[in-house]
Design a protein around this ligand. Sequence first.
Ligand code: UDX
Ligand code: ADP
Length: 463
Amino acid sequence: MREIKNITCIGAGYVGGPTMSVIAQKNPHLNITVVDLNRERIAAWNHEDLSKLPIYEPGLDAIVKKVRGKNLFFSTNIEKAIDQADMIFISVNTPTKTYGKGKGKAADLKHIELCARQIAAVAKDDKIVVEKSTLPVRTAEALKSILHNTGNGVNFHILSNPEFLAEGTAVQDLENPDRVLIGGENKEAIQALVTIYQSWVPKERIITTNLWSSELSKLVANAFLAQRVSSINAISELCEVTGADVNEVAYAVGADSRIGPKFLKASVGFGGSCFQKDILNLVYIARTYNLDKVADYWEQVILMNNHQKERFADKIIKTLYNTVNEKNIAFLGWSFKKDTNDTRESAAISVANYLLEEEANIIVYDPKVSEDQIYRDLDSLNTRNSNKNREMVKVVKSPYEACKQAHAVAILTEWDEFKTYDWQKIYENMYKPAFVFDGRNILDSKKLTELGFKAYVIGKHNN
Ligand code: UDX
Ligand code: ADP
């Protein structure tokens, strides 16, 4: 197998962009080109002003500054990049299907298939093709079938190399991963990718498996993580009625080294592009093989998450004397977690939707999410027309403006800056009684109560 010199990554999104930036930084001898169909996105990656990069990730701008134009390039010329590559990462999005068989459950593989067809059409010499996107188990088989039936004599070796980075900590996770997982059939192809990671990842943290184990491990890792969040969220409801404090319970339970302390933070519900999609995928695969009990088991994780979002909205409505009609609810946070501008599946979207159904006015402040994105998220629900969304939801640039003359403030994302606001000032400018609904358990409810707020905190019996 020839030495790897040129790498192409198809898909300049939340996975492709940061991953290739770090690989480029750690491997100055490699030439890496990230391509995308989306011209605007590529232009943003090439923007001189690094604050205009399409993805906000702490530390990413500094890396891009170092390697862009040296051994990392962003381009829309997909064919040229495929032609020149020794190794091609496929890092395109695989959303849940919104049509046809498997609608609302299975992963939509049309982008992956398009990539495979394009690679097959363009490639003139042997290539290693790496699945980076999260995919249902046995997608590699479909990829293989498309690539091997091109009839042009080119050999393709397929590897699965799922990404475990979490948004907001992408750079840290890439630079210091718990493990790197590489699944494949061809030893030399596997070794070629191992060598790239070995530039900075200790050998013992690089796990190699067969293709299917690698594909399934990614879904299972996300399912287990999401399950922990749903488990603690289920307990948060119990805490609220019994007088236990969910933070204390999580701490006591997590102190058991067999359980561990991470991913036990009660919240308004998990979001992000992966958890729901991957569990739906797992459920779909299980049902395909008639494993209904397995499917039902994992489906509960999502049902619990939906319940958590709904009950948070219900709590607001009930507490505000059973009506939020024309009341002003300030939303602090819209992204699905702190330190990212990503809003995919964010709990804020569902909670807003419930409240808008009850004809509330919502005023949103998020430190990183744009006004356009917030309206796109609401419009994509198709629950009301876009004019109505713009009439009922306002997006503002300051938290104090959001909370001014609000009947209630709801914390939807755990941004650190929310803790340091002048809550006295916020209180003074709100309608009384002034309510705070802390969906992330980040504020000091005792202090808020002393200031005069009526505070509701997820998982605490203080309501
Ligand atoms: C996740 C996986 O962590 C990552 O390994 C995978 O590659 C992609 O999916 P991500 O979606 O970026 O990463 O974020 P993560 O930190 O896992 O959080 C997911 C959601 O769960 C967020 O909405 C977060 O707020 C919520 N969460 C997480 C909780 O509510 N409580 C917790 O204790 C942890
Ligand atoms: P992820 O979180 O998986 O990285 P994103 O949606 O952030 O998902 O990024 C996926 C990127 O892949 C998008 O920028 C999209 O334009 C790009 N993409 C999808 N299909 C293709 C394709 N066939 N060729 C090139 N780019 C593609």
